[in-house]
Design a protein. Structure first.
Length: 350
């Protein structure tokens, strides 16, 4: 799963990317197109459950689930026609699963504005460029659909293409279209840019962040890239002190990571023991056998059963043994749909 960080030039994308990684990997500079080739980094998903399980199990290691962030070159008006780094920019977006749209909402006039006016119009520029590129893709497909579709798949594809065309021509993204299951399966093959989920990320002044984070929603979040860059180089103790001075309980960036994870339809099951406590990401709707395969392919092949305890029950009991004694441990078969926060031990054959 990859998350693309996009936006107009000089809105704080690379500063934010470096803050995610807590190191200086991407060039952050006050001029357009400081980023050309995309920067890629793997980021842990904060999860207090791993910390608690490690404490209860006296685990030697803690391993968190992770997601990949991609810092993509700035977009400009006309990108769909190749303006700026347009074609390369759009090709890089095609590779990601979720788009984080960074919008300039800070007042530092020392940072060059490259086409940026205000968050609303900046977002419209980005969405318009994605829509126009998708419209090119759809129009190219329509030229190939001159013959009358014969198969069920061909009919579903033609119907999906026509629906998307109508929406795009009204400046609406393809993800807003209501598809049948068959149409959705077919339209996915085109990898349309506006089919991807998008989260607006407002980069605000550091003086406003403690107030703005209270306005966070699932598709609209607030951060201060400047503050996050400062937090990234501090010790854990100094981070807590600085956050306290700002009136924050946690880094807003952690909320961005968590919301991105959830938006991708990802959930977490947990394993714990003396060796390690670990979070494993899985797609919502996966069963126990499929989740066993995430740990190792042989686990899925030789799956017998899963011993499952709800995280809250495990914590209250204090250990797997006590949870079992209290009747909180369940034996589940291969078709059990894994739930977020399940603490699991898979039993497999030879």
């Amino acid at each position: 799963m990859k998350i693309g960080i996009v936006g107009l030039p000089n809105v704080g994308k690379s500063t934010l990317f470096n803050a995610f990684l807590q190191r200086q990997q991407a060039l952050s500079a006050n001029y357009p197109f400081a980023t050309i080739e995309p920067n890629v980094g793997v980021v842990d998903v904060p999860d207090e459950r791993v910390d608690k399980l490690a404490e209860l199990s006296n685990s030697t290691k803690k391993i968190y689930a992770n997601i990949t962030f991609v810092d993509i070159a700035g977009i400009v008006e006309g990108a769909h026609k190749g303006e700026g780094l347009g074609n390369q920019f759009l090709a890089n977006i095609r590779e990601v699963d979720l788009i984080l749209v960074v919008l300039r909402d800070f007042s530092d006039e020392n940072v060059v504005r490259e086409g940026s006016k205000d968050p609303k119009s900046d977002y419209e520029i980005i969405l318009t460029e994605l829509i126009l590129k998708d419209l090119e893709t759809i129009q190219a497909q329509e030229k190939k659909l001159k013959k009358i579709p014969q198969t069920k798949e061909e009919k579903a594809f033609k119907s999906a293409v026509e629906k998307v065309r109508d929406y795009l021509q009204e400046s609406l993204p393809a993800k807003d279209v209501q598809f049948s299951d068959e149409e959705l399966e077919q339209i996915k093959t085109l990898h349309l840019l506006t089919m991807k989920p998008m989260i607006k990320l407002y980069n605000v002044d550091e003086t406003k962040i403690s107030t703005k984070v209270k306005e966070n929603t699932a598709d609209k979040l607030y951060i201060s890239a400047k503050i996050e860059a400062e937090l990234a180089v501090l010790s854990e103790e100094d981070r807590k002190l600085y956050l306290g001075e700002l009136g924050l309980d946690d880094s807003p960036l952690n909320e961005v990571i968590k919301v991105s994870y959830e938006t991708l339809g990802l959930q977490t099951f947990l394993t714990t023991g003396p060796k390690e406590s670990r979070a494993w990401k899985f797609k919502k709707g996966m069963n126990a056998k499929q989740c066993a395969g995430i740990i190792h392919t042989d686990f899925e092949k030789n799956f017998i059963k899963a011993e499952v305890i709800k995280y809250a029950d495990f914590v209250l009991a204090g250990s797997k043994l006590k949870a079992k004694e209290q009747g909180k441990l369940r034996l589940e078969g291969k078709d059990y749909l894994m739930q977020d926060g399940d603490v699991v031990e898979f039993k497999v054959g030879a």
